[in-house]
Design a protein around this ligand. Structure first.
Ligand code: PRX
Length: 654
């Protein structure tokens, strides 16, 4: 976040109260109601979560113990048996919701489809049977690499139904990145599509899968299921590749949901950290189901007549928790959109809101900033009066963007929920409850009931005026471990801050402040993770990608504040031997990063240099590079710099 943004946030005094009419009909109607829930949860968390689990979910068998906490390893609803696909589908079939729209899909170019709960259930059962026929058993991992089409949700639910953990890989990731993830989870089956639509172009997903699997690239993948989406020609490897629609045609629609242990693995989702390769974040069944269910219900204040739209991609945690599992578990109507605003259709989001009468709209600050740039005329030309609640996620929202969203999109009548959370937390942690908590532009406000959050120093002492965001007590949606690496889990999240008074603290990796009303202001990452357009990237991953190019000797990647994207990637690169840093090489290196990771990791800027600023012990001084990248004066101590001339040369180079 830029200094200017931080300054403007710190001076923020505006406050917006929930409209009375909204509060009257809301699940949580007042600040007192919120406070009561919060206090109750804090006083006896296990009772609080246990009661909710009983009221809100179906269990084949009730648990013996709500929480088994062996820090940092938690088990929730121990001994309980449930199935999230059952909770998302079957239990609605015996109610009037059977023929309610579960999923409304807006595809590109102009395709649409609506699936009722009964229809979705049928498709999921069939796909679950297909997976079984292909030999997928409970516990086997399935890779999903899909565009934003209903089949993505169907595939996830089918896996959950038979107890096969899924790993969804965002369709924008490269074949290389896909391969790494499939290898790490030892996937048996991959579900993909011939292609997907993105901004008037076709993304060749199947070709990327072929590349990832080429030459035994991922041992163990026996089958690839391919959805026909774009109808382009794709290579189908005999014996390995099968068409989704052909398999579905002959599959039985009778597939009872497998009773899963509450702690059985539900999915693994990869996310970037400061060090090493992306980590496989593990989420399990019962706790995740409860947490996404209840956060969706209270934060998006879902009413049975609502059309709810979250614009994320199912390849990210937001798509998992708040397009698929949370809304469907609540029996809601969830809208899914394959496209994105683009020059040829800049008003598409507002068209969809008008067309479907969307009531709840959840998007990212980076999207809001792009909407602002496209001008007020586009939304103003549409009827957005169906909207009653707006949400944001993924990065800090600057107050100006918040105000624009509030005025132009929300017509000054819709509360805004700025939701802070992470892949690791499973669900939203700090957020307004829209009928209860007054909002301040730029603040995620208060912790969800049951979440004990704090801003602390590295000793674990509360430091409201600025420190590290931490969580003090386990919660049902929390990640359970890093797939295959429990030590890394412990080191990454639980050892930065030592236990305080016997209490373990979850280290989120974000900097934050807490104001006198107890409101949280999340300032951004404090580690070597950058947030580009709401996408989380490790600087080290991008550095490794750069260094894998033969021309590159060393690379150091930092983020610099960007008006539209939040942050942009700047790479400082030294070259091998006599290579010279040409414009052509800059382009080639950008292409190379895209090929290694995906377009989301394309550096905005590559700067060649003869050396990187290092300490005498050889550590790259990133702080200096961050200063240089954002055009600021180099601040702080430079006395440990080995070669002081480097700084001057870097400045000149810029
Ligand atoms: O830095 C925080 C930022 O996004 C990070 C989590 O990224 P990811 O795991 O990809 O999940 C994104 C969607 C949940 C956090 O560590 N972040 C997320 N939401 C907010 C945010 N920063 C400020 N305000 C938010 N509302």
């Amino acid at each position: 976040m830029s200094e200017a943004t931080i300054e403007s946030i710190l001076q923020e005094t505006r406050r917006f109260h929930p409209p009375a009419e909204f509060s009257q009909n809301a699940h949580i109607k007042s600040l007192e109601d919120y406070q009561h829930l919060y206090d109750r949860a804090k006083a006896d968390p296990q009772k609080f979560w246990g009661e909710l689990a009983e009221q809100e979910l179906h269990w084949f068998q009730k648990w013996d113990t709500v929480l088994d906490w062996q820090p940092p390893f938690a088990k929730w609803f121990v001994g309980g048996k449930t199935n999230i696909s059952y909770n998302c589908l079957d239990r609605h079939l015996t109610t009037w919701r059977k023929n309610k729209a579960a999923l409304i899909w807006e595809g590109e170019p102009g395709d649409t489809r609506t699936l009722t709960y009964a229809q979705l259930h049928r498709e999921v059962c069939q796909m679950a049977n297909v997976l079984k026929q292909l030999g997928v058993q409970k516990g086997d991992r399935v890779g999903i690499y899909m565009p934003m089409i209903p089949e993505a949700a169907i595939a996830m639910l089918a896996c959950a139904r038979i107890g096969a953990p899924h790993t969804v890989v965002f369709g924008g990731f490269s074949a290389e990145a896909l391969r790494d993830r499939l290898i790490d989870v030892q996937a048996r089956v991959v579900i993909t599509a011939d292609g997907g639509w993105r901004k008037d172009a076709i993304v060749p997903l199947k070709a990327q899968v072929d590349k990832a699997l080429a030459n035994g690239g991922v041992p163990g993948v026996e089958n690839v299921i391919v959805v026909r989406r774009t109808e382009q020609d794709v290579y189908m490897q005999p014996g390995r590749d099968r068409w989704w629609h052909e398999l579905q045609q002959t599959a039985s629609a009778d597939c009872p949901a497998e009773p899963m242990d509450s702690e059985d693995l539900l999915f693994i989702l990869y996310t970037s950290g400061s060090t090493g390769k992306p980590k496989g974040v593990v989420h399990t069944t019962g706790g995740y189901n409860l947490y996404t269910h209840i956060t969706t219900k209270w934060i998006f204040d879902l009413q049975d007549t609502d059309v709810y739209w979250c614009t994320a991609d199912v390849g990210w945690i937001t798509g998992h928790s708040y397009i698929v599992y949370g809304p469907l578990s609540n029996g809601a109507t969830t809208l899914m959109y394959e496209g994105a605003p683009r020059a040829s259709n800049p008003g598409c989001m507002w068209d969809i809101i008008e067309k479907h009468g969307v009531n709840v709209f959840y998007t990212a600050p980076t999207a809001i900033r792009a909407f602002i740039k496209m001008g007020d005329d586009l939304p103003k030309a549409r009827n957005l009066s169906s909207l009653r609640l707006l949400g944001t996620v993924g990065e800090p929202i600057n107050p100006e963007a918040w105000m624009w969203y509030y005025r132009v999109i929300g017509g000054e009548r819709c509360p805004i929920v700025d939701t802070w959370w992470q892949t690791e937390t499973g669900g939203i942690m700090i957020t307004p409850l829209p009928g209860a908590i007054p909002t301040k532009p730029g603040s995620a406000t208060l912790p969800f009931p049951g979440i004990i959050a704090d801003v602390v120093d590295l000793e674990g002492n509360s430091v409201a005026e600025g420190g590290y965001l931490a969580v003090k007590y386990p919660w049902p949606g929390m990640m359970r471990t890093i797939y295959g690496d429990p030590d890394r889990f412990r080191r990454t999240y639980w050892e930065h801050i030592p236990p305080k008074d016997g209490q373990y603290l979850y280290f989120a990796g974000d900097g934050a402040r807490c104001d006198k009303d107890g409101y949280f202001w999340v300032m951004g990452r404090v580690d070597d993770v950058i947030n580009v357009s709401g996408h989380r990237l490790g600087t080290m991953e991008i550095e490794s990608a750069l260094v894998s190019h033969p021309a590159v000797a060393e690379a150091a990647v930092v983020g610099k504040p960007d008006e539209l994207k939040g942050e942009d990637i700047v790479a400082f690169v030294t070259l091998e031997g006599t290579q010279s840093g040409t414009e052509e090489l800059q382009k080639e290196l950008k292409r190379h990063v895209v090929q290694e990771i995906g377009a989301i990791a394309r550096p905005g800027e590559i700067r060649f240099t003869d050396a990187l600023p290092k300490t005498r012990s050889g550590k790259i001084m990133r702080r200096l590079l961050r200063n240089l990248a954002s055009g600021q004066e180099v601040s702080g101590d430079t006395s440990t710099l080995e070669d002081r001339g480097v700084l001057d040369r870097l400045r000149e180079g810029a």
